[in-house]
Design a protein. Sequence first.
Length: 488
Amino acid sequence: MTETAPPLNDRQRWTALVVLCVGMLMIILDSTVVNVALPSIQEDLDFTQSSLAWVVNAYLIAFGGLLLLAGRIGDLLGRKRVFLVGLTIFTAASVLCGLANSQEMLIGARFVQGVGGALTSAVILGMIVTMFPQPVEQAKAIGIYSFVASAGASIGLLLGGVLTQAISWHWIFFINVPFGIAAGVFALRLLRHEEGIGLREGADVPGAVLIVSSLMLGVYTIVQAAEVGWGDAQTLVLGVVAVALLAGFVLRESRASYPLMPLRIFGSRNVSVANGVQILMVGGLFAVFFLGALYLQQIQGYDAVEVGFAFLPVALGIGVLSVGFSARLITRNGARATLLPGLLLVAIGLGWFSRAPIDASYWVDLFPAMLAIGVGAGLAFPSLMTLAMSGAHQDDAGLASGLVNTTQQMGGALGLAVLATLSTTHTDGLLADGVARAEALTEGYRLAFIVAAGFVGVALVIGAALLRPDGARAEVTAGDPAFAEDAA
């Protein structure tokens, strides 16, 4: 059985939530501020265009490959312990990134940063759902977490532009240090200590090797596919090997006496479908933050700071909806009923973005898309988090949390690789036909946004067809007096 410390009072729980969100914000910001600073990093450290991608890829491979394992380690050894270890590694690696004076040093430090980021973020959602077991409070807490995790990407674009232009790219990494130290100090004081269920319940070394190898190789294959092509022999061979390793992991877990990942977590239909929907939705949304930023810079002539301001409606929409309004909708109507309109709005926003011309007006061609995406994501992310954690036992909360983060990262990596490849291929074909560069780039981005809207549209259909009404409203009204007060 899991040994637990005395429960926290209300003030301690909400303060602890802030600490967890600060840790998550630091990781989310880091993943987006780097993209804005890439041109400066390339110039300063003499990266080639192809080698520059490894500043991002080294982090993604470690982060995406270790999330699932990190979440389970949190269940086994204690989630607070794993959170603190990850926070320490991430903060120390940030210092090394900021001090980097060579390509090798920066890429190596980014890989270590990915390890720390995986350990830190994989257990956060698990700690939240165990700290807030009541449906009303849990919906509110997950809404706050979703705002930080989603809107942090938009804020990162603005912060990265300001730091890079005002000081230097080194400070996009140094800025993590005070956040990391503060989060660590308060986490030591405020987070409840849990011993975990012990290694004897899941010390599955072969399973760990199989899942980490599969996910790391899978992320590597996806990010390289954008460069070498989806039909290239390297992509096909590595993809087959990654899938074979994953199949081996599932087989191992079905037979192990003490599996690393008990397959019972997939027994909940809503948990499985919610993670699948998230892969598609995040795959579509990544088009906004990455290809959208390129469209604004290359076609509209925005600088890094202006790009950040252009994305503020997304951050504000997510913030206004996910912090308060979404929680009320989830507790009244259920997570499924809140999710579906959110997915529809995201798909509409991406479709609107796809019609943006070369000489776009921000308020006519871009602002409505940004607002629809922000509002839709503000409804969808908290709902998905609630559904994805709905079937998790307390002893498996870290694993469920790691699974949510893994599907999010895999969806983002896969979506970006597919959309970037489609966009580039279409643009190159138009350039070869003699189309002007600006028009060719715009058409390439337009195709990517149309396909991204299609991803989210498929997610909407799957969610509507397969997700079951979660009964949150009935559970809340029957068992939580806070709902009666809230309704009054």
